[in-house]
Ligand binder design. Sequence first.
Ligand code: NAD
Ligand code: IPM
Ligand code: MN
Length: 382
Amino acid sequence: MRFAGIQGLHDYPDGFFWPSAAPPDMVFPELKMKQKKKIAVVPGDGIGKEVIAAALRVIRAVKAPVEMTEFDWSADRYLKDGTTVPADGFATLSRDFDTILLGALGDPRVPTNIHAKEILLGMRFKMDLYANVRPVKLLDASLCPLKGVEPKDVDFTIIRENTEGLYCDVGGVFKQGTAEEVAVQEDVNTRKGVERIIRYAFDYARNHELKKVLMSDKSNVLTYAHGLWQRVFKEVAAEKVHASIEASHMYVDALCLQMVRDPRQFQVIVTNNMFGDIITDLAAALQGGLGMAASGNIHPGRTSMFEPVHGSAPPLAGKNVANPMGAILTAAMMLKHLGLSAEAEKIEAAVLEAVRLKKTTADVGGGLGTKECAEWVANKVS
Ligand code: NAD
Ligand code: IPM
Ligand code: MN
C-alpha cells in the first residue's frame, strides 16, 4: 500500500509489490545508467555459500559498478529463529534491488525442505519469474562425456517454464499411513502461463539470431495438459513474425535420447517446469557437470534472480572443493542482464581460459580448490 500511486507500484493481497510497466524512474534513463546497480545476494546453504563468495570475488575484481547487499535466508537462519523469508522479504527485493544472486538451498538438518521451498520457489512464484533460462554451452571438449564432441556442438539454451506445472503445490494426501493411502499432485497449465513462456522462447531466438525453437512435452499421454502446449505452440509458431524460425517438437523421452546422441541439432528448447528441471541436469552433464551450469529466473522488466543450476551438495560443503564456475558464469549472465556486457564478457573469457588451462576444481580436471579457482579468474579479470 505504501507506494501505490506514488511510484507506480501495484499492491497484491499478500503485501507483495512490483513495478508497473513504466515506473517513473524510467523518465531519466541517462541518470539511471550512472547509478550503481543494486544486487541482493542470498548465498543460502552448503556449497551455495562457497560458490557465491567466489562469484562475489570475481564481480569485485572486474570492478562492476554494483552495490551488493547480503541476505542470510538459509537453513542456519531457519534453525535459529524459524524465519524462512521475512514478512516484507519479497517486497524488499522487488522494490530495492535490480537483481538477485542466489547460491543454493537445501540442508539435511531441514528434512522437510520448507525453507528451500519458501525461499527459492517463493522467489520464482511470488515474484513471477516465469522464464528459467538455462544456457548449455560446452567450453572445452575435455569436459564433455560424449566422444568426438566439440564446443561448437553443444551450444543451446533451455527455457523452462518456472511458475506452473507440477510445482504449484496443488494436491493432497488421503488416508495417509494406511494401506489405502492416496497421494495426488496436480499438473497446472494455464493458457497465460504456457503462452508467455512459448513467446519468450521465440523472442529469445529472435534476439539471439537463432533459427530453431523446439517444444518438448508428453502430449501423447498427458493429452489435456500438454494438448494445451501443442495448440499454443502451433499458434505462436504460425505467426508471421516467427516465419524465419523453424518450430519443431519432440516428446521429452525422445529428447533425452537426442540430447545425448546428437546435441548439435538444438538451439532453443522450451518446456514445462518439471521436464525443464530434469533435462537441465542432463544438459549440465554435456557441459562438464552441474558445477559448470548457469541460469537466470527472469520476468522481463522486473527484479530477476540468477543462480547456478546445482544444489547445495551437502557432502562437498565446507571442503573448498565445489566448482565455482557455474556461479561465476551465473554472475556474468546477471551482469549482462544489467547491461554490463563488457564486464560479463571479461568474466566469460577468463572462465574459458581457466578451463583450457585446467585452472579449475577436480570435477572438471583441475587441481585447485574453490577459492583458488576463483582467485585465478579474479586475477585474470582485474
Ligand atoms: P546437487 O546439485 O547439490 O548435487 C548433485 C551432484 O552434483 C552431486 O554429486 C554433487 O557433488 C555434484 N555437484 C553439484 N554442484 C557441484 C559443484 N559446484 N561442484 C562440483 N560438484 C557439484 O543436487 P542434490 O544432491 O540432488 O541436492 C542437494 C540439495 O540441494 C537438496 O537439498 C536439493 O533439494 C538442493 N537443491 C537446491 C537447488 C537450488 O537451490 N537451486 C538446486 C538443486 C538441488
Ligand atoms: C533447480 C532445483 C529446484 C527445482 C529444487 C531445489 C526446488 O532442482 O533449480 O533445478 O526443482 O527447480
Ligand atoms: Mn534441478
